[in-house]
Structures are given as C-alpha cells and as structure tokens.
Design a protein around this ligand. Structure first.
Ligand SMILES: [Mg+2]
Length: 178
C-alpha cells in the first residue's frame, strides 16, 4: 500500500471551504447536481463553496475526514455539493471536557490526534496556530501537516500546492516540512 493511502486529511468547513470576512462580495456557485437538499437551506453560505474543490481534494490521494461542527450536515449538504462520497466524521468531546491542553490549544487538536492514532495526517483549518503544531509534534508520532487556511479566501491554489508538496516529500522519504 502506498504511504499516501494511509494519510488522513481532516477537513474544516467554515473559513476553509466557506470563505468569509473579506470586504468584498463572494462568488455565488450553483448547486452542481441539481437542486440542493432541503437541509442546505439552513446553511445560506453553502453557495460560496466552489464545487470544483471536491475533485481537487479527492485528487490529493488522502482519506478525507470531516473535522467540523457541521457534523452530519457535512455529509448531507457538502458531500453532494462537492461530488464527494459520504465521509467519516470526527466526533467532538462535550463542552465539559476541555482536554487539559496548554493555553491556546485549539479544541479540535486533541480529538484529531486521538482520531488519527498512528496514521499521518493533514489538517486544513483556518484556526490552526503554532500552539497546535507544537502540541501535535510532541504527541503524534507520525508525520502531520497542520495547514492554516486564510478564512477570507478559503482554500486556494497555494494551499493545494503546499499540501501536495508535503505529501510528495513524505512519499520521497525526504524530511517532511513542518
Ligand atoms: Mg473554521
């Protein structure tokens, strides 16, 4: 089995697939496969998601996993929009469980590292900081790329290039970029 097949890709939605916060209008995309499901009406920003991102994400060759508070709505609304299959979801601990990490650690970081087990992973999210990178480096034995996306733009060509390069370096056996 190729090493790339073992790499997980944890995917955030808000600020990663759905851009927000830039002082300009956003492009509005059409539902690519007919009318969006009724559930999508509850997510008025869904039409900011470029459906072409789905094939590009699938083309990275990783095992895609939703890592978002959208939970099952990601499979109901976003997977069809992106032309992706139903994906596994990371389940989050309750609010009463703060995880006990250092100050500034994102609430997703520990659950993601737990979910990954001993597998390499890429995490795409607009809220990643160096605290998350340092904690992951200290607690996850396999390679991990914590790649921060600019929420004003969502995923860009530069983000895809960075992930593809990291995956390429991993496969070549060269030291991985942080
Ligand atoms: Mg986000």
């Amino acid at each position: 089995m190729e090493a790339s097949a073992l790499t997980l890709l944890f995917l955030d939605v808000d600020g990663t697939l759905i851009p927000f916060g830039a002082p300009r209008p956003y492009p509005v995309f059409e539902a690519p496969f007919g009318a969006p499901p009724a559930e999508a009406v509850a997510h008025p920003l869904l039409d900011r998601v470029d459906p072409a991102l789905g094939p590009r994400l699938a083309g990275l060759g990783c095992d895609l996993v939703w890592a978002t508070t959208w939970m099952e709505d990601a499979n109901v609304c976003l997977s069809p929009w992106l032309g992706l299959p139903r994906l596994p979801l990371v389940d989050w601990p309750g609010e009463e469980d703060d995880g006990g990490g250092p100050a500034g650690l994102h609430w997703k970081t520990r659950p993601l590292v737990d979910w990954a087990g001993n597998r390499p992973f890429v995490w795409l999210d607009d809220e990643i900081t160096d605290v998350d990178r340092a904690w992951t480096a200290a607690h996850h034995l396999a390679p991990a790329l914590l790649h921060r996306v600019d929420h004003r733009h969502g995923l860009t060509d530069a983000d895809f290039a960075a992930v593809a390069e990291w995956l390429r370096l991993r496969l070549s056996g060269a030291p991985a970029a942080p």
